[in-house]
Design a protein around this ligand. Structure first.
Ligand code: SF4
Ligand code: SF4
Length: 365
């Protein structure tokens, strides 16, 4: 049995039977996902090989455990699993063996022994409406998050509930749910959104931290640009049908059977930023649009309240840009946005410069 507390990640992986070829394959995929040039692969491999596993404390609040399931239900043993297994996961409500006082003692010990350097991973939103809505060991989610984040190097909000409030925050938000970023304002917080998020995105963020000792570059929603920098629509294999105006109108018509675009069936791919179209799911087997169902927009803020999963976006896609959020679209009324555009020249001018701002669209309502 290898001593995973003192050995490097490379030593642990070799002990686990991971071949050099398999390890380099993972490094190549990670470099690609992080939009790093192939020339960085040796540097990533060398850094990961020598890295020691960071202490990670995983907190679960108002959630469905889908984010943990996403990670652990990937085919095993995958390299992502091994890397994740071999961080020092010192506290995890779902996976830890300890319970009760022993579990809480493990959290406190990890915080004390690794003060200033441990990572906190959170799944689930935090209820502010009534501290009794969600508690662990008699402490509210808010108390536990504030206490645990205080000594952390960074916090990773895994899943749309932790990143943006998610389903618990959907109207009328009965528990007063908020996101991690609403509470933790004095630490780096990285959002790994999705309902659930893609496993390789979680491990990719951890790999980046292990490799460079820093967190990756983030987008306007605090998500790593390497994974959330491109819309589902821009990478969708059905895009040629969209561009030709060929749309399925029902889930079993000739268009659906021919693999045409799902825009008219409610696909939110044009407004959604995530890596599904490239990373795919279930070890790269498929992804929702490939399975015949439109994207629900699960990695975007407030997607539950954004106008109905099966209602087609009524904003001409040409008017959209990556700066338009679901909240904005929902607030303006999806149909009204398109109908009311009366600052078209400014929008067009901005688009020529590669950006249509929220301000542009708000002025058109
Ligand atoms: S609207 Fe949806 S199905 Fe159509 S091309 Fe865009 S992402 Fe793909
Ligand atoms: S395709 Fe869309 S709804 Fe489905 S998992 Fe990806 S981002 Fe979420």
């Amino acid at each position: 049995m290898v001593d995973t507390k003192t050995k490097t990640l490379g030593e642990i992986l070799r002990h686990s039977g991971v071949s050099r070829r398999g390890f380099l394959k993972f490094c190549t995929a990670t470099a690609s996902m992080m939009a790093l040039p192939p020339g960085m692969v040796p540097a990533i491999a060398a850094a990961l090989d020598k890295a020691r596993r960071p202490s990670v404390i995983w907190l679960s609040f108002q959630e469905c455990t889908g984010c943990t399931e996403s990670l652990t239900r990937s085919h095993s043993p995958s390299l992502e699993n091994l890397i994740f297994d071999h961080i020092s996961l010192d506290y995890h409500h779902t996976l830890q063996v300890a319970s009760g006082d022993a579990a809480e003692a493990a959290r406190e010990e990890a915080m004390h022994a690794n003060a200033g350097s441990y990572l906190v991973v959170v799944d689930g939103s935090i209820p502010l409406g009534n501290p009794g809505y969600s508690t662990t060991a008699g402490f509210s989610n808010l108390q536990i998050l504030e206490e645990t984040a205080a000594g952390a190097a960074a916090v990773i909000a895994v899943g749309t509930c932790a990143a943006f409030g998610g389903l618990p925050k959907a109207d009328p938000n009965p528990t007063g749910a908020v996101s991690v970023r609403d509470i933790v304002t004095d630490k780096p917080v990285i959002n790994v959104s999705g309902c659930p998020p893609i496993p390789v995105v979680i491990t990719g963020v951890l790999a980046h931290y292990l490799t460079f000792g820093t967190l990756p570059e983030l987008d306007q929603y605090g998500r790593p640009k390497a994974f959330y920098g491109t819309s589902i629509h821009d990478r969708c294999y059905r895009r040629p049908f969209y561009d030709k105006g060929l749309f399925a109108s029902t889930f079993d018509d000739e268009g659906a059977r021919s693999g045409w675009c799902l825009y008219k069936l409610g696909c939110k791919g044009p407004m959604t930023y995530n890596a599904c179209a490239t990373a795919k799911w279930n070890e790269g087997t498929s992804w929702p649009v490939e399975s015949g169902h439109g994207c629900l927009g699960c990695s975007q803020p407030d997607f539950w309240d954004a106008g109905g999963f099966y209602n087609a976006l009524s904003i001409p896609v040409g008017e959209l840009s990556r700066t338009v959020s679901y909240a904005t679209a929902a607030g303006l009324g999806l149909g009204a946005v398109a109908a009311g555009i009366n600052h078209r020249s400014k929008v067009e001018a901005n688009r020529r410069h590669g950006e249509v701002t929220v301000d542009d669209l708000e002025k058109t309502s």
